[in-house]
Write a protein that binds this ligand. Structure first.
Ligand SMILES: [Zn+2]
Ligand SMILES: [Zn+2]
Length: 391
């Protein structure tokens, strides 16, 4: 597997900052980029590219004009933020230059989509992106502009007839699902903690797509507490068969790192090693089913020192075709940088010491009494027949 890979990065994405005490601390992005650099990934494996901010016509592929205008107003005068648009809330407080920072992140994902579609790169990564909760007409869940939906929309605009979106953030990818609810050209698959126990309380298996797009939305609602074996079992029981049947021309993936057992905002128990395994699977699936075209995005992740930088550095390294051995030591220079910026001690190795394993759903059967298996079956029953697959 080869081909050029791009890492989308403009240091100014760290201006996406909801302020002190907010979980979405931009230090998570800066520390990730520093770790990428400490491993030398920016010298060779990945070409670092800064794309332009998304302009109004691009933002308008997903977002309503009145919402974009409301973001602009809140950006110029945060005190005037309009709650009707989800701005100025506890989750999405307005901040100066909010529009500019959000449009810059969106621009990186759109630029990634363009590079991959035009063949300038086979894979492109924007770990500052993956802001999957933003709705066409409102901010939600720390997300202002939905760069993930915009990347998909741009691929369609450039001529793609089928695009698949796979979201493994611990939260439901509700904004992307909403953007393409009635669009049969886009298959959205989200694996997340069950809506009964987590924001945004959507992503039930019965949500399968709107008018004219039956089966185009896929939701796997995982029981709280799901660990590596269950998470990987669910991923492999749902994603590969659907991608094989759908035959996308490009794959967009969202790699929120908040599935991790150390994450403070959710209740799954996934390790860094399983997150890395899923990134590798997404890479392989892009080559197998999407003509190698892969746009990989970040997402949530609030263990900003312990988890996020390592998880997304693995992701970037995989996209750059120079994967990092999990047993590698974390470079000392980066550990110093972490301490300097956060006064926290950084992890020492690129692993949590787990060896991810799972049982295949197709072989060996399933256990009707097991809650994970019930979740997987509910999803397969809800959407597999629409794709000509056996549940
Ligand atoms: Zn590749
Ligand atoms: Zn999340």
């Amino acid at each position: 597997m080869s081909g050029r890979a791009q890492l989308m990065w403009d240091e100014a994405v760290t201006g996406y900052d909801f302020g002190p005490g907010h979980p979405m601390d931009p230090v998570r992005l800066a520390l990730t980029m520093r770790l990428v650099e400490a491993f030398g990934l920016h010298r060779g494996p990945l070409e670092v590219v800064a794309a332009k901010p998304a302009g109004d016509s691009t933002l308008g592929l997903v977002h309503r004009a009145d919402y974009i205008e409301a973001v602009r107003r809140a950006s110029a005068d945060p005190a005037s933020a309009d709650l009707d648009y989800g701005l100025g809330t506890e989750d999405d407080p307005a901040f100066p230059r909010m529009h500019e920072a959000s449009a810059l992140i969106a621009g990186q994902s759109v630029g990634a989509a363009e590079a991959v579609w035009r063949g300038e790169a086979s894979h492109a990564v924007n770990f500052a992106g993956g802001l999957h909760h933003a709705m066409p007409g409102g901010a939600s869940g720390f997300c202002v502009y939905n760069d993930a939906a915009l990347a998909v929309a741009r691929l369609l605009e450039l001529g793609a007839e089928r695009v698949a979106y796979v979201d493994v953030d611990v939260h439901h990818g509700d904004g992307v699902q909403a953007a393409f609810w009635e669009d049969p050209r886009v298959l959205t698959i989200s694996l997340h903690e069950h809506p009964q126990t987590l924001f945004p309380q959507t992503g039930w298996p019965e949500e399968t797509g709107g008018e004219g797009a039956a089966g185009s939305a896929v939701n796997v609602a995982l029981p709280a507490g799901t660990g590596d074996a269950g998470w990987l079992r669910a991923f492999h029981a749902v994603v590969p068969e659907l991608l094989a049947a759908f035959r996308p021309q490009a794959l967009v993936t969202q790699h929120g790192a908040d599935t991790h057992f150390e994450d403070p905002l959710a209740h799954l128990a996934v390790s860094l090693d399983a997150q890395r395994a899923v990134a590798e699977s997404c890479h392989a699936l892009a080559h197998e089913h999407a003509e190698g075209r892969w746009v990989a995005l970040g997402g949530g992740g609030y263990a900003v020192v312990e988890v996020v930088p390592r998880s997304w550095t693995h992701l970037a390294a995989i996209a750059g075709h120079r994967p990092i051995d999990p047993t590698s030591r974390v470079p000392e220079e980066w550990r110093h940088e972490v301490f300097r910026r956060t006064r926290q001690l950084a992890p020492q190795r690129m692993t949590d010491g787990r060896t991810p394993q799972w049982r295949d759903f197709a072989e060996g059967g399933y256990d009707p009494a097991d809650r994970l298996d019930q979740a997987v079956l509910a999803t397969r029953r809800a959407v597999f027949p629409a794709h000509g697959l056996l549940p």
